[in-house]
Design a protein around this ligand. Structure first.
Ligand SMILES: [Zn+2]
Length: 187
C-alpha cells in the first residue's frame, strides 16, 4: 500500500481537476477528498482497537463493491447537504475511492494473501500488480501496535513518501498547464 500522503495527494489531484485549479479554492473539499481517498484504510481501526492493526487490513473495504456502496452513500449525503448533482457527486466519490484501490493494486504487498480483493463481490480472488514500493506496516497479521508503529515510522517509509511526491508532482504540473488560462471553478 502507498502511504496516507500518497493517497491524499491523489485526492488533491482529483480535487484540483474538479476545481480546475491547483489553488485551494475550497479547503473543506480538499480535506474531504483526502479523507475519502484514504477511506478504505479505515479497516486498520477495528484491528488497532484489539492491539493488532493489520488484523482486518486489505479485506473487502479494498474492493469495487465497497467503493460503489461508499460512493453511493457519500454522494447521497453530499446531495442532501449541498444540493449537488447526485450522479456527478457519485462519479467524484467513486474516482476518489477507486484511486485508493488502483494505488494499492499497483503496490507490492509483503503479507499474504498478497494484494487486494478488488473484484469483490464478483470474485474473492486477491490481485496485485507490484510496480510501486510499499509503505511498511509490518508483514505480520498479528503484529502488535509496537511492531506496527516501528515499521510505520521507518526510514523506508520516508523514502516511499518522497517517491510518491516525486510521482505526483508531474500530474500536478500537467494540471497546472492545462488550467493556466482557465479561471478557478469553486463547485
Ligand atoms: Zn489501502
Amino acid at each position: 500500500m502507498p502511504s496516507p500522503v500518497g493517497h491524499s495527494l491523489a485526492g488533491w489531484v482529483i480535487a484540483s481537476f474538479r476545481s480546475r485549479s491547483l489553488k485551494p479554492v475550497n479547503l473543506k473539499r480538499i480535506g474531504l477528498y483526502a479523507f475519502i481517498a484514504n477511506a478504505p484504510d479505515l479497516d486498520f481501526i477495528p484491528g488497532a482497537m484489539m492491539g493488532q492493526p493489520n488484523l482486518y487490513h486489505h479485506g473487502i473495504s479494498h474492493s469495487i463493491g465497497a467503493g460503489l456502496l461508499f460512493a453511493g452513500a457519500a454522494a447521497f449525503v453530499i446531495k442532501l447537504q449541498s444540493g449537488g448533482r447526485l450522479l456527478r457527486e457519485f462519479g467524484y466519490m467513486l474516482a476518489l475511492y477507486g484511486s485508493h484501490l488502483v494505488l494499492d493494486l499497483l503496490s507490492m504487498d509483503g503479507r499474504p494473501p498478497f494484494g487486494i480483493p478488488i473484484l469483490w463481490p464478483f470474485s474473492g480472488h486477491y490481485f496485485m500488480i507490484p510496480i510501486l514500493p510499499p509503505v511498511k506496516h509490518s508483514v505480520l497479521d498479528h503484529a502488535t501496535m509496537a511492531q506496527f508503529l516501528a515499521d510505520v515510522f521507518s526510514l523506508h517509509n520516508l523514502y516511499v513518501i518522497g517517491l510518491e511526491i516525486a510521482l505526483t508532482v508531474p500530474f500536478a504540473l500537467i494540471a497546472a498547464w492545462c488550467f493556466r488560462k482557465t479561471p478557478a471553478v469553486n463547485r
